[in-house]
Write a protein that binds this ligand. Structure first.
Ligand code: DGL
Length: 279
């Protein structure tokens, strides 16, 4: 009986959320690194962007999403959104009884390890940059490092519009990033889960001498460690047809599906719209 209970615990899904489709860049990495895990993804497409909203609003939205994920019987939660990680993670950690991780600490760790000249740049939403949270975490690891943040509020709508390779995106990226080039950074954190989708544009503008850090890889690695530590890691693939990956949004399922399939080469067949305000 005990064995059966333990097995069904391991088979429970991991809940992952973001304000939209950006969190899929984290999902992609989780699928790669821990392929036996089942996932439930929620993208808050009706209320995006989070990056221009207040701490209170972001926390309220994140709480509702966590309540929804709890109804899906998840065994752990990944906040695949820098903005929600910056503003709501501490509160969520205190309120829920499940293991939960965000993307900022893992990203800060990699950047602190990566820089050679001690100059790191961070790009993110206005909320993430305004919180100064990357600077705080990086300085806890390497107090001598200088961190320069730059909010890039138009990147999220450009990504959600699918303008990943477009002259408009180039033009806006140029404006946002030129000041960062002058600071002499050798490492740049993509501090918003939408930004890996315009990585090539950012990389081209910053030049080869700047290493781009995508926190997704390290987040998936730390998630694996956390699951192992808590005895929640699933060592066997779930049975075929067991709905391994499930996707939910608060609006625009068709558009989400279209983009999800260009980010994740898995063949996602459906995304269900739910009313998140009910949670
Ligand atoms: N993808 C989210 C992040 O990582 C934010 C996008 C938004 O502004 O909603 O910060």
């Amino acid at each position: 009986m005990r064995e059966v209970e333990e097995k069904s615990l391991l088979e429970k899904p991991i809940g992952v959320f973001d304000s939209g489709m950006g969190g899929l860049t984290v999902v992609r990495e989780i699928m790669r690194q821990i392929p036996n895990e089942r996932l439930v993804y929620f993208g808050d497409t009706a209320r995006l962007p989070y990056g221009s909203k207040s701490r209170e609003t972001i926390t309220r939205f994140s709480r509702q999403i966590v309540r929804f994920l709890e109804t899906m019987d998840v065994k752990a939660i990944v906040v695949a959104c820098n903005t929600a990680s910056a503003y709501a993670l501490d509160t969520l950690e205190q309120e829920i009884g499940l293991p939960i991780i965000g993307v900022i600490k893992p990203g800060a760790k990699v950047a602190a390890r990566t820089t050679r000249n001690g100059q790191i740049g961070v790009i993110g939403t206005a909320a993430t940059i305004g919180s100064g949270i990357y600077t705080t975490y990086i300085r806890q690891i390497r107090p001598e490092v200088r961190v320069t943040g730059k909010a890039c509020p138009l990147f999220v709508p450009l990504v959600e519009e699918g303008l990943w390779q477009d002259p408009v995106t180039d033009e806006i990226a140029m404006r946002y990033l030129s000041g960062l080039i002058d600071t002499g950074i050798d490492t740049l954190i993509l501090g918003c889960t939408h930004y890996p989708l315009i990585r090539s544009t950012v990389g081209r503008i910053m030049g080869d001498h700047v290493t781009l850090v995508n926190p997704a890889y390290e987040t998936a690695r730390e998630l694996k460690e956390l699951l192992m530590e808590k005895g929640l890691f699933n060592p066997v693939p779930p049975a075929l047809g067991s709905n391994k990956y499930r996707f939910f949004v608060s609006d625009g399922a068709e558009q989400f599906l279209h983009f999800a399939n260009s980010i994740i080469k898995y063949g996602i067949l459906s995304a269900k719209v739910i009313n998140i305000e009910e949670y």
